[in-house]
Design a protein around this ligand. Structure first.
Ligand code: SF4
Length: 354
């Protein structure tokens, strides 16, 4: 069982050189985010490659290794926390029931935005920039009215469910660089809890549904998503929309059904292992298809292409990289059994609620 007291004792306010380092990193990543946004608007063809084919492929690996690092420097988090840092947030508290609803909404948002990439976002810099601007506005408004990370980073952000799934056995736990002192803005705090399995408060069925939907459905969703080609014509046909959304959702339903069955028949004490296996299956499936597509060996060679290396790299080397990635994720998430750890060390409490 996770020793929370150990974490509380370890908590120190961020200060001195450590604080300077994290603030600098936050500014650097914010500048990168802003630069990407401007690229998407001004040089959309470069922007979509930089955003979808460099930043996004790195993100799952980063969540796996150190979710806390990403949550400390994520540019959208910085936008959401401007009102907190500049002290004009109204600091309202989200009722528990609404926190659960927002968690479910974040999963739904994820399963809506990702298929839309095939229809428009993957090849349209302006549409991607508009989507980011809408998400940034939602993040900012959330931070304006609600305390610290409660509205966006730990609730409605559509990336947060993926962080929860992949960040179960992180390798590096930094100090929480955004919170300063802990306001207990959300219960339980995902930054300060050791695993997704312990983030399912019984009183919030919506949150339990969100966790189940994501854990069971994500492997199939990812598999289906990679089997849909990008739509390059202006204005997607109805049939293309049906395929773009329908295939990932259908394959998501298949793995979700498998997950339900396994959860029903396996002993209760195997639930954490089951979650790890499905998390490993999701991230393995992602890189199984993403690695080849980056270098031109994808199912649809022009989709998700970063640089065409088909004349330089032999096919066997790509297959070796795929197998190595699957072996690594299986080892990291399933076979390894590290001490339970948190994403980020919780700062001292300013307000502590039950
Ligand atoms: S550490 Fe405290 S203030 Fe920060 S997100 Fe967690 S509960 Fe909220």
């Amino acid at each position: 069982m996770y020793n929370f007291n150990k974490q509380y004792q370890a908590a120190q306010p961020l200060q001195g050189k450590n604080k300077l380092l994290w603030r600098s990193l936050q500014h650097v990543f914010f500048a990168i985010g802003l630069g990407l946004f401007l690229l998407l608007v001004l040089l959309p063809e470069v922007g979509v490659v930089a955003f979808w084919n460099i930043l996004i492929p790195v993100a799952p690996l980063l969540f796996l290794l150190s979710t806390g690092f990403w949550r400390n420097v994520c540019p959208l988090a910085s936008v959401a926390l401007i009102p907190h840092h500049w002290k004009f947030s109204k600091k309202r508290r989200i009722p528990l029931v609404w926190h659960g609803r927002l968690a479910l909404a974040s999963v739904v948002l994820l399963f809506l935005i990702v298929p839309a990439r095939h229809l428009v976002l993957n090849n349209d810099g302006l549409a991607t920039a508009i989507t980011l601007a809408v998400l940034g506005t939602m993040a900012f408004v959330g931070g304006l009215f609600f305390d610290v990370k409660s509205a966006w980073c730990s609730s409605l952000c559509h990336v947060h469910p993926v962080e929860k799934l992949y960040g179960q056995k992180v390798g590096f736990t930094p100090q929480n660089a955004h919170c300063g002192t802990c306001h207990n803005c959300v219960l339980p705090c995902p930054d300060s809890m050791p695993s997704i399995a312990e983030q399912k408060p019984k009183e919030r069925n919506t949150q339990a549904i969100a966790t189940t939907l994501l854990t069971g459905g994500l492997p199939g969703f990812i598999w289906g998503w990679f089997h849909v080609p990008d739509c390059r014509s202006t204005g997607a046909e109805m049939s293309e929309c049906l395929v773009a959304f329908g295939l990932p959702w259908a394959t998501m339903a298949v793995t979700l059904a498998v997950y339900f069955l396994l959860r029903k028949f396996l002993p209760k004490n195997k639930e954490t292992l089951l979650t790890s296996v499905f998390a490993a299956a999701s991230i393995s499936c992602y890189y199984w298809y993403r690695i080849p597509s980056l270098v031109g060996y994808g199912l649809f060679p022009q989709d998700g292409l970063l640089v065409d290396l088909t004349q330089t790299l032999p096919l066997w080397s790509i297959m070796a990289a795929q197998v190595a990635a699957v072996a690594f994720f299986g080892w990291w998430l399933v076979l390894r059994n590290p001490e339970p750890t948190v994403w980020a060390i919780r700062p001292p409490f300013e307000v502590r609620r039950k």
